[in-house]
Design a protein around this ligand. Structure first.
Ligand SMILES: NC(=O)c1ccc[n+]([C@@H]2O[C@H](COP(=O)([O-])OP(=O)(O)OC[C@H]3O[C@@H](n4cnc5c(N)ncnc54)[C@H](OP(=O)(O)O)[C@@H]3O)[C@@H](O)[C@H]2O)c1
Length: 347
């Protein structure tokens, strides 16, 4: 049994960590923090957890020592606290962007402000088990991927590793849900403004580009990724449709081989490409609450375009579930422990 604390547990990612960890047989939740709601019951802000926990929020200043600390703060916040947080935990899993990029200049370029803890960047391992399982097992510090980055990297990594696709163009059309923006209320999250939208949210310049290109730099291949993100009418879930081109002479069998070789034993990756039925390709709807990443593809014989389709629950495989998968690996627990939920249908 390990003692776990969650920094930022009043938010959406923190709440999802709590939901999964309260049912985890090897975890005791020691403390959960909020800045605004110190002393108040957790279930007031995470109402799905009514009757499951009597925890109240603590402040970051009151932290006790724990085995594993999850940090679920807005981007740019954990780097201001990390030098202190490292004294309160054996192991830290940060869900934000602050320690994902290996190079502080790249951080500055994409996030527009200087990194305040560059001396800690090297300690962190990029927390995607399918790519870095052995390093994660030995790590003390993990930087969890962004949700668009997680699903995009998982779709592309086997194809890049097996040298099947051109380095560019790789165009990622991302359909985003409202919970990706976090729980803080803004004008764009106001119901009359958000409901029913199909809104071009970020046609160019998406920050996750940096971590995707970082993780896909393999075998002296440097793929160039272009993301266009659209906000759609969905609370939870994320779908990416990726357009790329197969190298000359390659075909569908090569793609199957790459995915089967890399993901054949992966517990949370499913290749979905059915000839019949309603759910022939990945769809976030039936992944809600699960740690699956579903990947499908189709080759356009007319143009040689390869279309890859990836779906996740942004709050599970896109953040909290993936982080708990990392915790399981770091703690020598079965990798799938606490993450076995298979979703709901119909939903
Ligand atoms: N949402 C997603 O789909 C998603 C996916 C992948 C990764 N992530 C990452 O997960 C992290 C959290 O995102 P989220 O969507 O869960 O955000 P959120 O709902 O806005 O929650 C943020 C949490 O941080 C706390 N907080 C804010 N400023 C703080 C400060 N200065 N000191 C201490 N606590 C502070 C908030 O507490 P109070 O408001 O109670 O004070 C709240 O508990 C982000 O870095 C994000 O990049 C999110």
């Amino acid at each position: 049994m390990i003692n776990v604390s969650i920094i930022g547990a009043s938010g959406y990612s923190g709440g999802e960590l709590l939901r999964i960890l309260l049912a985890h047989p090897e975890v005791n939740i020691l403390q959960v923090t909020s800045k605004r709601f110190v002393g108040e019951p957790v279930s007031l802000y995470q109402p799905n957890l009514r009757g499951r926990t009597s925890l109240t929020f603590s402040s970051v200043e009151e932290l006790q020592h724990c085995d594993v600390m999850f940090v679920a703060l807005p981007n740019g916040t954990s780097m201001t606290l990390m030098a202190d947080l490292v004294h309160h935990a054996h192991k830290i899993i940060d869900l934000g962007a602050d320690f994902r990029l290996r190079d502080e200049k790249t951080w500055y370029r994409w996030y527009g402000k200087p990194h305040t803890a560059p001396q800690l960047i090297d300690k962190f391992i990029y927390g995607l088990p399918e790519l870095h399982r052995e390093k994660i097992k030995k790590a003390s510090f993990i930087a969890g991927p962004g949700c668009e980055a997680a699903v995009t990297i998982l779709c592309l990594w086997p194809l890049v590793k097996h040298n099947l696709i051109e380095e560019k163009p790789i165009i990622v059309d991302a359909k985003m849900s409202s919970s990706q923006a976090g729980s803080r209320v803004t004008l764009s999250s106001h119901h009359p403004e958000r409901a029913g939208v199909v809104r071009s949210y970020m046609p160019t310049g998406h920050r996750h580009t940096a971590e995707i290109e970082q993780e896909l730099q393999l075998n002296s291949i440097s793929p160039q990724v272009s993301i266009s993100a659209t906000a759609i009418e969905l609370v939870r879930g994320l779908l990416v449709t990726i357009h790329t081109f197969l190298k000359n002479g390659l075909n569908e069998r090569d793609i199957w081989n790459a995915y089967r070789t890399e993901y054949g034993d992966e517990p949370f990756i499913r290749i979905i490409k059915q000839k019949s039925g309603l759910y022939r390709y990945p769809e976030p709807k039936i992944l809600q609450g699960t740690n699956f990443c579903d990947i499908g593809f189709e080759v356009d014989k007319h143009t040689g375009r390869l279309v890859i389709i990836g779906a996740i629950d942004n709050l599970v495989k896109g953040t909290a579930g993936n982080a708990i998968q990392c915790m399981n690996l770091m703690s020598n627990f079965p990798e799938t422990l606490g993450l076995e939920f298979s979703g709901l249908h119909p939903i």
